[in-house]
Design a protein around this ligand. Structure first.
Ligand SMILES: Cc1cc2nc3c(=O)[nH]c(=O)nc-3n(C[C@H](O)[C@H](O)[C@H](O)COP(=O)(O)OP(=O)(O)OC[C@H]3O[C@@H](n4cnc5c(N)ncnc54)[C@H](O)[C@@H]3O)c2cc1C
Length: 417
């Protein structure tokens, strides 16, 4: 019998499987989709999660698939610099920040998991549908892609089945769909000439209209072009409906690009970048309210199933990986028993709930909103609008909250030697 059955082979589920396996537990993963394909566009991995991935021996794979982000910059809607800060190694962390294609990250975790756990440990086309507990084990019901029903047993179930988690619904049947805040994100990937140092993440605008761009790979030596991930964000009335969240829904350029028509800065031509995208996806900005409880006996939630958050502050994937780390530490302390899940939840639920709520208040990007409110028509001198001390405080507060303050993180001990 498995110690742990993980539902969902996304970023969190695979990180948990690799981590628990390395700690010596018998783990299996069951994934709903029949075939895992490298879907999505860019995401970021912050140093606290990279630390764990390095301990899992994934540094070479990450360096081969991602870019080490050097800097983060916030600009006004007129393209004027508000804030810049070094990131990753450049900021004094012992680990880099990576910008990476979400699908490539998932595939590199999947490759490592298949190699280490054995190919049969990870089965696709198996949706977890329900669970029951008896005799010190959890009995998990599964539905195969061909409709066949089955059952498997494990000591524990970890539900890493994403924002539409089935297991979360069994715990909270009345919760309903994710909550939309009125913002819609159009996400794309363009091949374009690198800007600034070729490793910088930029955000321009404010809460109601924002553009984010960052490279997720180096420039191709032949063409000189680099893969640049971008997100255009607009806010509408949340009382109106929007199309349901689906990571792969195609977006329509005419629905957002006209609003960015004048956004041609001396360091980046945003309309040109958008027009050169191979594909555009649309996603409403949704999250869910923090829960009062993740763990029910021998089952718990992890990653987006537990704490879906707005994609602000680059924390979605990183927090799922930190969940995996905390879960592993708890199992090492208690074995595959409910007490381990209680310890994991006690450590992770308050922290991630605070991030969900902070992201509703724009997280570290709040400084862009402050500048917009104080100087909507632009400014001659930034210091007349916002002081250096205020800028520093917003950035530092979020880092402490999200657990990546360098002075704390650098001193934390390794889990795996
Ligand atoms: C296809 C896809 C594309 C994405 N693209 C982006 C992106 O471009 N940018 C971004 O910021 N975030 C993206 N995300 C979300 C991002 O991966 C997560 O926010 C974050 O990494 C946390 O990961 P997670 O493992 O908790 O959830 P996810 O990465 O969403 O993984 C959940 C997994 O559970 C599986 N699953 C669902 N239901 C069941 C079930 N009943 N039984 C078994 N398995 C189940 C899903 O198929 C999926 O593989 C995407 C997610 C998906 C699924």
């Amino acid at each position: 019998m498995f110690d742990v059955l993980v539902a969902g082979a996304g970023i969190g589920g695979l990180a948990a499987a690799l981590s628990l396996h390395k700690a010596g537990f018998r783990v299996a993963v069951r994934e709903a989709v029949p075939e895992i394909r490298p879907l999505g566009v860019g995401i970021n991995l912050l140093p606290h999660s990279v630390k764990h991935l390095f301990e899992l021996g994934l540094q070479p794979a990450l360096d081969a698939s991602a870019i080490r982000t050097s800097e983060l910059r916030y600009y006004s809607k007129h393209g004027r610099l508000i804030w810049r800060e070094p990131r990753g190694l450049d900021a004094g962390y012992r680990w880099p920040q990576y910008s990476i294609h979400r699908g490539r990250l998932q595939m590199l975790l999947l490759d490592a998991a298949r190699e280490r756990l054995g190919p049969d440990a990870i089965l696709t086309g198996r949706a977890v549908t329900d669970l029951a507990e008896a005799d010190g084990r959890v009995r998990v019901r599964l539905r195969a892609s061909d409709g066949a029903e089955g059952e498997e047993e494990a000591r524990l179930l970890v539900a890493a089945d994403g924002i539409h988690s089935t297991i979360r619904r069994t715990f909270y049947p009345a919760e309903g769909p994710p909550i939309w805040n009125g913002a819609v994100l159009w996400r794309g990937l363009s091949e374009a000439k690198p800007y600034l140092d070729g490793r910088t993440m930029c955000m321009s605008g404010h809460q109601a209209q924002k553009f984010v761009n960052y490279p997720i790979g180096p420039a191709d030596p032949a063409s000189g072009l680099a893969p640049i991930n971008w997100i255009a964000e607009l806010r509408f009335d949340p009382k109106n409906d929007w199309r349901r969240e689906d990571w792969n829904r195609a977006g329509r350029i005419e629905e957002f690009l006209p609003r960015f028509a004048g956004w041609t800065f001396d360091w980046l031509d945003i309309p040109a970048l958008v027009r050169s995208a191979r594909a555009i996806y649309e996603y409403p900005m949704v999250d869910r309210d923090p829960l009062g409880r993740w763990t029910f006996g021998r089952a718990t939630l992890l990653g987006d199933a537990a704490h879906p958050m707005y994609p602000i502050g680059s924390n979605g994937a990183s927090q799922a990986i930190l969940d995996a780390r905390a879960l592993t530490a708890a199992l090492l302390a208690h074995g595959p028993q409910p007490a381990a899940l209680e310890q994991y939840e006690a450590e992770r639920r308050p922290r991630t709930s605070a991030i969900v709520l902070a992201n509703r208040g724009n997280g570290p990007e709040q400084v862009m909103q402050m500048v917009e409110e104080r100087a909507p028509d632009g400014f001659a001198r930034l210091e007349d609008v916002i002081g250096e001390a205020e800028l520093r405080e917003v950035a530092a507060t979020y880092k402490r909250l999200a657990g990546f303050d360098p002075s704390i993180l650098n001193g934390e001990p390794a889990m795996f030697a």
